[in-house]
Design a protein around this ligand. Structure first.
Ligand code: AMP
Length: 139
């Protein structure tokens, strides 16, 4: 399947719809997931267009993973987590719901299960506060 430039993350990348942005450079953007599976759930996207990992340029992947690592380390500290899960889904059968490549950084806490994937919307004020916490930890 080919890339659909009308997916919601493409619209965020074009600035057509807002996000709780944490970081942006020439190649990538980082923002809070609006339906967090755990407090501080963050998404890391390369700007280059691909549906997911399966059709991504390996050069793009080589650049994005160090940023995923940086965000994971910062999120563990910013949200006082015990661990961090990294998730990345490919195609509908693989659990993907938005078809622009992204990596999930999900802070984890001992004994606490995750909320269901892409199910309940968080308050904007909470997302904004978490974006600020993560920005500070990345600085
Ligand atoms: P997936 O494609 O399954 O890896 O998941 C897409 C993720 O994007 C889900 O965790 C959603 O909660 C999240 N999401 C959907 N729309 C938005 C949005 N407008 N801003 C931020 N996160 C979103």
């Amino acid at each position: 399947m080919s890339y659909d430039a009308n997916n919601i993350f493409a619209k965020i990348l074009r600035g057509e719809i807002p996000c709780h942005k944490v970081y942006e450079d020439a190649d990538a953007i980082v923002f809070m997931d609006v339906m967090p599976q755990s407090p501080g759930h963050t998404l890391i996207l390369p700007k280059a267009q691909s549906r997911n990992l399966l059709d991504a340029d390996p050069a793009v992947l080589a650049k994005i993973i160090p940023l995923v690592q940086k965000v994971a380390v910062a999120a563990k500290s910013a949200f006082n987590a015990d661990g961090v899960s990294i998730a990345q889904f490919n195609e509908t059968a693989g659990g993907q719901t938005v078809f622009h490549l992204h990596f999930h950084v999900i802070p984890r806490y001992e004994g606490k299960p995750l909320h269901i994937h892409a199910r309940s919307m968080e308050e904007g004020s909470v997302l904004a506060a978490n974006a600020e916490k993560l920005k500070a930890a990345l600085a």
